[in-house]
Write a protein that binds this ligand. Structure first.
Ligand code: ADP
Length: 632
């Protein structure tokens, strides 16, 4: 199994360049995921952290369920293919492919078998005896892929592998890599700045900008439902038209723009507006060139530039009152010439609206449902409606995080129609559905949320069900349905938007201890440590010590303080803690660490500027306010 989990991954290079921020992603076994974004957005850095070629500043990387942060690159069972494939010029193709295995002391019979097998997959069997200089660019790139294949890795990482090839070869190799992925049935992560490569190759695309993930989804959904202006304009060529407009509700919801132009949404589309407060406000209106048609009346435009591309015609047209041209893509029409006046009509069903300040989408299928919530006793209260709180979910909260809880976020893609273990159960009624290219979005009403609760389900799920059951199970308008949300996929947040639930189970923080009073002092022996306090007023005997997570003090370990050049300040009752993970909760940092005597690991809440990745060993200070003693 080679599923990957990247949790809260950050990369800060020396000198303070923040290359990657809060990167969270689950990659399924055998999935083909593409990282795409402009140069410098952090794609390669993320890939190199997965490979182990770059240290992870903070956050956790799991491959096949095992934590990999500190595992050597060679032990990660990963193969990487670079843009610069650097074959050894003095070696034959066979020797180039065999070299890595030889270094690993694989026996020669096995090497031969693997190289021949890889050569066959790649169609380069005839080239095995040649040297690289006698190969074309495409053939060299195939050898580079072969070098990775012979290692039989669990994960393939490909960093712009095609960018040195000419355009025609790129298209061909694109298809070959897609086929290779199917044939090898292995997890692929592919980095590119080329949106066409991303759109044509990936099962899912991760769009990045300035070190942050912008959106993760299937190519079709990203294209149809971009979350913000960046994603909307990055994918698609020519790019989506975006211009300022005012949202109005006169003869139905619509936009007005330029010198008195307007366009009206359908009633179904109008219902998808996220917030009525946008009516009367300035918004950004988006429409793709292929969703604009020539018409006999409508929006008057004048052709500024025209490109006849053979299979299609691209028109750059002036519209009175708009500061930039509108781009229109239509089937080939040689009658369109510069200077000609024409009328445009928009396919409003396929249009987009964005907040003018935040650039976030405000109409269309949201990717997350944000529902006010609190936890009362054993209940999770969503918008005033109680649903049972799964016991295992409770273990992900500290007392202090429970106090601050204000919102649950339920991703639109993580809602199920069938019961599963550890789910939050919500009852709902379908109002309407929106059919996408590879999924259906459901707009449902539920007591658990004001306004619509929205979720998306893959069309392939319903296809499979129909095959199994011999009938369609797609819920339609008016249907009462049960929804199940696995709590592993939801997050809980405070009023400031910061996440409050821990990813790890929070420990009960208990240890057996022995209390002895002597000469006005109380001595507590817990594990290897003896703590000393002024008389605590407890009698001698055996107790359970229970730490209070957010009342534990903290100082640096002497050795690590020196190594990290920070001041070492000694403290009384400081015990050694060895960390194995951390998790940012709200504005604080939860640290999970082993402490002598404690049954399980200890969870402590520490200053947010601290990171266990720099200081895996530190001291927890047990002041008298840090714990309770419970008599055995
Ligand atoms: P991409 O692959 O998306 O082009 P990178 O991951 O290579 O982007 O780089 C992300 C950011 O990190 C950029 O601002 C880049 O300049 C910076 N960066 C990359 N490598 C280093 C390094 N070794 N030291 C300092 N900064 C770096």
């Amino acid at each position: 199994m080679a599923d990957l989990l990247l949790e809260n991954i950050y990369k800060v290079y020396e000198g303070g360049v923040r290359a990657v921020s809060d990167f969270n992603l689950k990659i399924a076994d055998k999935e083909f995921v593409v990282f795409v974004g402009p140069s410098g957005c952090g794609k390669s850095t993320t890939l190199r952290m997965i490979a182990g070629l770059e240290e992870i500043t903070s956050g956790s990387l799991f491959i096949g369920g095992s934590k990999m942060n500190d595992v050597e690159p060679k032990d990660r069972n990963i193969a990487m293919v670079f843009q610069n494939y650097a074959l050894y010029p003095h070696m034959t193709v066979f020797q180039n492919m065999a070299f890595g295995l030889k270094l690993r002391k694989v026996n020669s019979k096995e090497i031969e078998k693997r190289v021949k097998n890889a050569a066959e997959i790649l169609g380069i069997t005839d080239l095995l005896a040649r040297k690289p200089k006698a190969l074309s660019g495409g053939q060299r790139q195939r050898v580079a892929l072969g070098r990775a294949i012979v290692r039989e890795p669990n994960v393939f990482l490909l960093d712009e592998p095609l960018s040195n090839l000419d355009a025609k070869l790129r298209v061909q190799m694109r298809a070959e890599i897609t086929k290779l992925h199917k044939r090898l049935a292995t997890t692929f992560i592919y980095v590119t700045h080329d949106q066409t490569e991303a759109m044509t190759m990936g099962d899912r695309i991760v769009v990045m900008k300035d070190g942050f993930i912008q959106q993760v989804d299937s190519p079709a959904t990203l294209y149809e439902q971009p979350r913000n202006v960046f994603v909307a304009t990055f994918l698609g060529s020519p790019q989506m038209n975006i211009f300022e407009a005012v949202l109005e509700d006169k003869n139905g919801l619509g936009v007005s723009f330029g010198d008195g132009h307007s366009a009206i949404f359908s009633a179904t589309k109008a219902k998808q507006l996220s917030d009525k407060q946008y009516i009367g406000q300035k918004v950004l209106f988006g429409i793709r060139p292929e969703n604009i048609k020539l018409a006999s009346s409508g929006i008057k435009a004048k052709v500024d530039v025209v490109e006849h591309l053979g299979s299609e015609t691209i028109i750059y047209a002036e519209v009175a009152g708009l500061s930039s041209n509108i781009i229109v893509k239509i089937p080939t029409d040689y009658d369109i010439v510069e200077g000609r006046e024409l009328f445009l009509s928009f396919d409003m069903e396929k249009s987009h609206l964005f907040d003018a300040d935040t650039n976030q989408s405000i109409m269309g299928v949201p990717d997350v449902n944000r529902v006010p919530c609190k936890i009362e006793g054993d209940d999770l209260v969503l918008n005033g409606t109680s649903v049972t709180l799964p016991a295992a979910l409770r273990e992900k909260f500290f007392d202090f995080t429970l106090r601050d809880l204000s919102e649950i976020r339920i991703p639109a893609t993580e809602v199920r129609l069938e019961p599963a273990p550890d789910c939050i159960h919500i009852k709902a009624k379908v109002d309407f559905t929106v059919q996408g290219n590879d999924c259906i979005a459901f707009y449902v009403n539920s007591d658990a949320k004001d306004g619509y609760f929205v979720f998306r389900i893959k069309t392939s799920y319903f296809d499979k069900k129909r095959e199994e059951l011999g009938k369609s199970v797609v819920p339609t308008t008016g249907d009462e349905i049960d929804l199940y949300v696995p709590f592993s996929d939801v997050t809980f947040h405070g009023a400031d938007g910061l996440r409050l639930n821990s990813r790890e189970k929070i420990s009960d923080n208990t240890a057996d201890c022995l209390v002895k009073n002597k000469k006005g002092k109380t001595y507590i022996k817990v594990g290897k440590n003896t703590l000393v306090y002024d008389d605590l007023g407890v009698s001698d005997g055996e107790y359970t010590m229970k730490l209070i997570s957010d009342k534990i003090g903290f100082v640096y370990d002497k050795k690590y303080a020196k190594k990290n050049k920070v001041e070492y300040v000694p403290a009384d009752n400081a015990v050694t803690a060895k960390a194995y993970d951390e998790d940012k909760l709200g504005d604080k940092l939860a640290v999970f660490a082993a402490v002598s005597g404690f049954h399980n690991y200890v969870t402590a809440v520490l200053p947010a500027d601290f990171s266990v990745y720099k200081m895996p060993v530190f001291k927890l200070v047990f002041g008298k306010e840090s714990f309770e003693l419970i008599k055995k």
